[in-house]
Design a protein around this ligand. Structure first.
Ligand code: LRH
Length: 493
């Protein structure tokens, strides 16, 4: 039975058609499109109508395939949302989570509500762009939007609404707002009240795998398709990626490696200890009653932005060229803390890396190869640090690390990660989010019995490449240097 997964990332989106043939998944990309955010003045927004247009293009391509999909699911990056009026029309273009307007908002909110209270109610890490702070920023800059708003829908919920006409929120993505209370199993009325946010705009929260409607008449009419069912999947892309981790054991560590690096483990209950808050870990909603105890690491974003800077200077490198240049550079020459806030906004990363190096008494890397080497080694060492913290918080010991997502195409990063953690890395599948999206649909359609059967099928269907650790003493020494040069305490942000 085939299903259609729309998987939207921060720089591109894709429509993947998946077929389950006697316990083997066959996947085909039927449409891929860029997701280019748009800068107007000092604001940074998503082109949501274009994304909806591309989703319709994906549906048209599916129509051309042998067999129509039995169902559809959408996942995307987290935290961002649209506001709609009482008639269900979009009031604003959703802002990009890297829009600068949220700067300082989190600190202002802390004056009203102490961070310990926000964390104990939501279990969510403090990131300046969480929906809660975006909403407070809208309240301050464009209050009429909230006065007019009838509905708040996150990106996949919004696109699902465009397709079906039904408005509902989905659990995994909802938790990333930092406005959802897992103990109360609903939007946190107390936080909303304290922040003077209208609770009436928030919709009921469905678990992943719920039938949430079918293609509405205007869509079926326009595209010439039947009313295909649309399911909530794990609509947060990271939740879908974690669902697709081909783990053999119930206790496993993962690294979802894309624009962001999300590292952690799956837990039965949120970890709400003071230590978890201090380390700024999060407990995002997972599939089938689980939570994702994890931490955001800035990830390949720094490399993507560096590449863009060189492009602006007129030099176009491919990722494989950049990685080859990095491999030719001397090891461990300079380290950055990838999670230093200077690396969060879009901009000139080579310059910021050089400034970081100067600030921390290191020789600033000059060539693109040296800069990329610095980024990749620093990421690998940061992964070690966060893996150890995950073990501390969860009380588990991991034998190795599952890496999923497009970042695993960077083989040196996988190898250096294995070296840094001194344990094997199991890399695959690269299309984690799309596969997890499909798995939840197949479970709902009764084609797979549960998530563990899904993980076993995923393991049999996709190549999982093993990277054994090498040069362990060298990396051990580098880890010490990394901690020293990045201030020893890079864990707060
Ligand atoms: C990764 C991701 C991550 C969020 C960020 C906004 O795509 O969903 O889990 O923190 O984007």
């Amino acid at each position: 039975m085939s299903v259609l997964a729309f998987d939207l990332g921060a720089s591109s989106g894709r429509a993947m058609l998946g077929r389950l043939n006697s316990r083997a998944i066959e996947m085909k990309e039927i449409h891929r499109f860029p997701n280019d955010p748009v800068r107007i003045g000092d604001r940074f927004q998503w082109d949501i109508l274009r994304l909806y247009h591309e989703i319709k293009q994906g549906l048209l391509r599916a129509k051309g395939e042998q067999e129509l999909p039995a169902s559809i699911g959408i996942d995307s990056w987290a935290v961002d949302f649209g506001l709609l009026d009482a008639r269900g029309e979009l009031l604003m273009n959703p802002y990009h989570y890297r829009d600068p307007a949220t700067e300082g908002v989190m600190e202002r909110v802390f004056r009203e509500i102490p961070p310990a209270e926000i964390f104990s109610r939501t279990g969510i890490q403090f990131l300046p762009f969480n929906s809660i702070y975006q909403l407070v920023s809208i309240q301050q800059l464009r209050p009429f939007l909230l006065q007019e708003a009838g509905s708040f829908l996150m990106i996949p919920d919004l696109l699902r609404y465009f397709l079906t006409g039904e408005m509902e929120s989905e659990f995994t993505n909802t938790t990333t707002t930092q406005l959802y209370n897992p103990a109360a199993r609903g939007w946190d009325e107390e936080l909303l009240r304290k922040l003077h946010l209208p609770s009436s705009i928030f919709h009921s929260v469905l678990q992943p795998g719920t039938l949430a409607g079918k293609l509405r008449e205007s869509v079926t009419g326009e595209l010439g398709l039947p009313p295909i069912p649309v399911y909530t999947v794990a609509e947060h892309d990271t939740a879908s990626a974690v669902a697709a981790v081909p783990a053999l054991e119930r206790s496993f560590a993962y690294l979802s490696c894309g624009t962001w690096s999300l590292m952690g483990t799956e837990v039965e209950r949120p970890v709400l200890t003071e230590r978890a808050r201090e380390l700024n870990f999060t407990n995002e909603g997972g599939v089938y009653g689980t939570f994702r105890l994890l931490k955001n690491i800035m990830g390949l974003w720094i490399l993507q932005e560096a590449k863009r800077s060189w492009e602006l200077e007129g030099v176009l490198y491919s990722y494989s060229e950049l990685v080859m240049m990095a491999e030719a550079e001397p090891a461990f020459a300079c380290f950055i803390d990838p999670d230093d806030p200077v690396f969060l906004p879009a901009g000139d990363m080579p310059k910021r890396i050089r400034e970081y190096a100067a600030r921390t008494n290191q020789k600033p890397p000059q060539t693109p190869g040296a800069i990329v080497r610095c980024i990749m080694e620093s990421l690998a060492l940061r992964y070690r640090q966060v893996l150890e913290l995950t073990e501390e918080l969860s009380g588990q010991a991991f034998k190795g690390l599952h890496m999923v997502g497009g970042g695993i195409h960077n083989e040196s990063l996988c190898q250096w990660t294995a070296n840094a953690i001194g344990r094997p890395v199991w890399a695959g599948p690269a299309e984690g989010s799309a596969v997890g999206n499909m798995a939840v649909q197949w479970i709902s359609l009764g084609e797979l019995s549960d998530i563990w059967e899904a993980r076993a099928v995923i393991r049999d269907s996709f190549e999982v490449r093993v990277y054994e650790p090498a040069d362990i003493p060298l990396w051990e020494e580098a880890y010490g240097l990394f901690k020293q040069r990045t201030g020893g305490n890079t864990i707060q942000q």
